[in-house]
Design a protein around this ligand. Structure first.
Ligand code: PLP
Length: 430
């Protein structure tokens, strides 16, 4: 077995499509993708023992940092008892109560294994509950890797579904309507034209899968008003934002009560999880209480449940959001300051402990603005920072995350690397 990144990647290329098990890990702008051996706090250690400050944090779940001692302890203890029962346990009741006490809209919940599964089941549930066919999603919002939602927008206010992936039947997406994000008029038009046939409107209330796009207040309000007016259900997909932007998620931040919510990432503390929940009358339709089928060998997996429960309890103990948010704020400011000192136009977007930056003039408010940013410069900057020990998220279409482990010292070092990396970038293009 190879002990360096190049050797291991060569073997991996022979075994996995593209050499990886999820596309964004491929990092095509680097000679080899990142190959990680272990992690601790805010740091990743590569196979070659390079120590990197991590701003990816497993793509979001690790709000406490890597290998948090309290989570580790609780998982070890749970493992001693066994790790799969296929039966009800007290911890899943506790986790559901924890979620419900922070997100009042989640009156009942079903734990599944991934965010993808959560949304997939929520779509089935919404159709089962309303008896309607259509779903509406926004351009650039990601709701997991399944057929009904892997649809991109074309031009125009609303486009009929065009699959983003090979292998998806046109028939599978013919009831999926796609609307530009942050475009109230387009959303109103779709509801005017199809309102009585729409089962569900899906929205990432803070969009974190096409860079970071912040909703305009009137836009996010319109999602609630229109669904209510036309009798459709509203799903806030809080797989990223749940327990990230606050204990009550984006719905708490915006004071909006969706009918359904999907969760994942943080509620599993870094272990596989997903969940869909919401209004009691809607959730009562799920099997075995109702006719909308959901089942899973690994649903509410005891290890994911205890890791998530412990994570939420540590967050509630205080200090987590303060440290993580301040770190994100300081790094965001440093990126703006250093970029301007080196003569680059950069836009930074941040909510709580999520941020992303774009090489662009003007603001970033829509997926089109993200596409108009200079991706080559982002990747060149990413390489420069990585070579100096800071691992930002490897694409301008993802977001960066901080954690409770991103202490002032870690951020000070990051700020130094940011300044140097912009200088190096400037030297490169002169
Ligand atoms: N929904 C959102 C908003 C996500 O960000 C993701 C994953 O990043 C998913 C759904 C799918 O979750 P998973 O990767 O756990 O299947």
């Amino acid at each position: 077995m190879a002990t360096n990144a190049a050797g291991l990647f060569k073997e991996a290329l022979n075994l996995f499509p593209g050499g990886v098990n999820s596309p964004v890990r491929a990092m095509k702008h680097l000679p080899t993708p990142l190959v990680v051996k272990r992690a601790e706090g805010a740091f990743l250690y590569t196979i070659e023992d390079a120590k990197l400050i991590d701003y990816c944090m497993g793509f979001g779940p690790l709000i406490l940092g890597h290998r948090h001692p309290t989570v580790l302890e609780s998982v070890k203890k749970a493992l001693e008892d066994g790790w799969l029962y296929g039966a009800l346990t007290s911890n899943e009741v506790e986790l559901a109560k924890e979620i419900n006490s922070n997100m009042r809209s989640v009156e009942m919940i079903r734990f599944v294994n991934t965010g993808t599964e959560a949304v997939m089941n929520a779509v089935r549930l919404a159709r089962g509950f309303t008896g309607r066919k259509y779903i509406v999603k926004f351009e650039g919002n990601y709701h997991g890797a399944f057929d009904y939602v892997l649809v991109k927008a074309g031009s125009g206010a609303a486009t009929w579904g065009v699959p983003t992936s090979a292998g998806i039947l046109d028939d599978a997406v013919k009831y999926t309507l796609v609307v530009p994000y942050n475009d109230v008029e387009a959303l109103e038009r779709v509801f005017r034209e199809h309102g009585s046939e729409i089962a569900l409107l899906l929205v990432e209330p803070i969009a974190g899968n096409y860079g970071l796009i912040i909703p305009e207040p009137e836009f996010i309000k319109a999602t609630r008003e229109l669904t209510e007016r036309y009798g459709a259900l509203l799903l806030f997909d809080e797989v990223i934002t749940g327990f990230r932007v606050g204990l009550s998620g984006a719905q708490g931040l915006f004071n909006i009560k969706p009918d359904l919510t999907t969760l994942g990432k943080i509620i599993g503390g870094g272990f596989p999880i997903g969940a869909f929940g919401g209004r009691r009358d809607v959730m009562s339709m799920v099997t075995p209480q109702g006719p909308v089928y959901n089942a899973g060998t690994f649903n509410a997996h005891p290890i994911s449940i205890i890791a998530g429960l412990t994570t939420i309890r540590v967050i509630k103990g205080g200090g987590v959001y303060e440290v993580a948010n301040e770190a994100a704020e300081r790094v965001s400011k440093a990126i703006l300051d250093s970029a301007s000192r080196s003569g680059f136009n950069v836009v930074v977007k941040r909510v709580a402990s999520m941020f992303q930056f774009y090489f662009k003039n003007g603001d970033v408010k829509t997926p089109a603005d993200v596409r108009a940013s200079d991706e080559k410069l982002y990747l060149a900057f990413h390489r420069e920072a990585l070579s100096r020990g800071v691992y930002f998220t490897p694409s301008q279409y993802e977001v960066n995350f901080t954690s409770a482990a991103h202490s002032r010292d870690v951020v000070d070092e990051t700020i130094r690397v940011i300044e140097e990396s912009f200088k190096a970038l400037k030297a490169q293009i002169q």
